[in-house]
Design a protein around this ligand. Structure first.
Ligand code: ATP
Ligand code: MG
Length: 567
């Protein structure tokens, strides 16, 4: 491809709307343009990168027994009603109405469609296992579309669904996908970690996320350097053993705390650190008011709490209804004498003489002690894990890191097949629901994640397997015939060797061309300049190194092939 013909509108300025590096660079380097919030066009360079990621994903899916299909994006409401998700999916689902007033969803995911498809034509255990996948746009009306391709409302996903006759079959399919995903992210040359993920209160019991490590990641993961424990904080278990020496229980005291609403206010007012305060949070779980209490410096993990309660819907209670039920506002709540079910974080059991609200505005209790002053419904793990917590398997302190979720695999079990009555006949002629798994990779998000992890001050530094072109040839002065001739003959020669080459034939200053080559991130740059040319040489530079070295023109194609092979 000649640069003069390439549609690659680079920008000099950093676009103001872009907060993350990948978003900035994708816009600046002419890869994407925004059409609406969370909706983007992919320009030629981006399209090439996407095709490369997809090719690797396809190869590994096919190699694992997957068969590619393409299912509809427009999905009839009736299918979603069979699983109850037409109502449950909520506002993230784009819905549309046809001329006959019939409702449809724009596919956010494809469990319903594929389960009905497979159910229609698969009747016997002999037809299983079946692994079907597609690579296609997905639609989700995210509350906060942001960071460019990271969280779009239209994005590209590979989704595979496995159908087996029983749990053992699902285990095999799951392990195949687990291995395939590892191969994919290794081949993409990304630095990633597999973590245990939350799989929700219903559905399957096993789930893993593939996280590309980057400081800008939206997810937080905890991991143990000593072993192989790694989990999303959403899921990471907090262990607590109440074996420490306990201080003596002091007499319960009610104190006047005018205008003291927050933990910070109370730390100042009482002189007691956050670790000696307890906060009380009120939630509605399927319409029922419940309380969660935890140490003042801890954060409630809503996912753990929801799974524990086993409810469909969990949301924070509003001040007015809490006041109506308890007689006090948010800043003055506590477990003592509270007339709703109280779930206490595990740590609470080991706390002595703490401070908490008295369920009366402007009053708190100090020297509160569990069991003596209140008895919770249960002591449960409902807080977020933090760095330094003991590893649940070996006890060593955990570390934390940020990650970008690029892949997610999930055992669904019979959740969808049961709801949709998708059965096969087993060996005994008995109808059994198929056991399913689903396995997603965010293709467009992976492109952004690769940039978050691979860039410098000058632009993108693509991992070789997904670079839009492998080599860029830059004649220093396109008007000089000898330079252009050499550049052109190398261009032809390298193409014949199967290399993907960009020739910067533009009549621009060398500095501009070098800047663009760095910005768009082409791994190998060949410069054809007057000095080296006198000795029948050209300059070679790797995007990820600073040095430039001269190579004889006759050898340069071999050199480039070797650089790519080694990388
Ligand atoms: P998240 O927690 O980031 O919202 P999710 O759990 O909703 O992700 P899945 O339903 O498991 O995501 O989708 C599979 C993959 O699709 C994710 O691992 C991610 O890589 C990608 N993905 C999900 N939502 C988006 C989005 N809004 N924009 C881009 N990619 C996405
Ligand atoms: Mg999501």
């Amino acid at each position: 491809m000649k640069f003069s013909e390439l549609f690659c509108p680079t920008l000099r300025e950093v676009p103001s709307e872009a907060e993350t590096i990948s978003h900035q660079l994708l816009l600046r380097a002419g890869y994407i343009r925004k059409a609406g919030a969370g909706i983007y066009s992919y320009l030629p360079l981006a399209h090439r990168v996407l095709r490369k990621i997809e090719a690797i994903v396809r190869e590994e899916m096919d190699r694992s027994g997957g068969q590619e299909v393409l299912m509809p994006i427009i999905q009839p409401r009736e299918l979603w009603e069979q699983t109850g998700r037409w109502d449950v999916y909520g506002e993230e689902m784009f819905r549309l109405i046809d001329r006959h007033q019939r409702y449809f969803a724009l596919g956010p995911t494809h469990e319903e469609i594929i389960t009905s498809l497979v159910d229609g034509d698969v009747h016997s255990y002999r037809d299983l296992p079946l692994l079907l996948y597609q690579i296609q746009n997905k639609y989700r009306d995210e509350i906060r579309p942001r960071f460019g391709l990271m969280r779009g409302r239209e994005f590209i996903m590979k989704d595979l669904y496995s159908f087996d006759m029983d749990e053992e079959g699902l285990d095999v399919s799951y392990r195949k996908m687990y291995a395939a995903y590892n191969r994919i992210f290794q081949r993409l040359k990304l630095h990633y970690r597999v973590v245990e993920a939350d799989s929700g209160a219903i559905g399957g019991n096993e789930s893993h996320e593939f996280m590309v490590l980057a400081d800008t990641g939206e997810d937080e993961i905890v991991f143990c350097e000593a072993g192989d424990f790694a989990a999303n904080v959403d899921k990471a278990a907090c262990v607590f053993s109440d074996d420490g020496p306990h201080e003596d229980r002091q007499a319960l005291q009610k104190i006047h705390t005018p205008e003291m609403r927050t933990i910070r206010d109370l730390v100042e007012f009482t002189g007691q650190p956050e670790q000696r305060q307890v906060k009380t949070l009120m939630y509605y779980a399927d319409g029922q008011l419940v309380a969660a209490i935890l140490r003042g410096d801890r954060d409630l993990n809503e996912i753990k709490f929801k799974n524990l309660l086993g409810c469909q819907e969990l949301h924070m209670a509003d001040d007015a209804s809490v006041r109506a039920a308890v007689g006090a506002g948010f800043g003055s709540l506590g477990p003592v004498g509270l007339d709703v079910k109280v779930y206490a974080d595990l740590e609470i059991a080991g706390m002595r003489n703490f401070t908490c609200g008295a369920n009366e505005d402007d009053y708190h209790y100090t020297n509160v002690n569990p069991e003596r002053d209140f008895v919770p419904e249960e002591y449960v793990d409902i807080r977020n894990a933090v760095a330094g917590d003991p590893c649940p398997s070996c006890g060593k302190p955990l570390l934390t890191a940020r990650g970008i979720e690029v892949g997610h695999i999930f055992k669904l079990g019979v959740k969808y097949s049961q709801a949709m009555n998708a059965t096969v006949l087993d060996q005994h002629g008995q109808a059994v629901p198929m056991v399913m798994g689903c396995y997603g990779i965010g293709i467009s998000r992976t492109m952004a994640a690769a940039i978050e992890q691979n860039h410098d001050d000058n632009g993108i530094v693509w991992p070789l397997p997904i670079a839009p072109f492998q080599v860029i040839i830059v004649p220093v002065n396109a008007k000089k015939e000898d330079q252009m001739e050499t550049a052109l003959s190398l261009y032809v020669e390298m193409q014949e060797r199967g290399l993907e080459v960009l020739l910067d034939d533009r009549d621009e200053r060398a500095g501009v061309k070098f800047k663009d080559a760095d910005l768009i991130g082409i791994p190998v740059r060949i410069t054809v300049g007057p000095k080296a040319l006198q000795d029948n040489q050209v300059e070679v530079k790797k995007r990820w190194e600073n040095e430039v070295f001269n190579v004889a023109i006759a050898q340069v194609t071999d050199t480039v092939v070797e650089i790519i092979r080694q990388r």
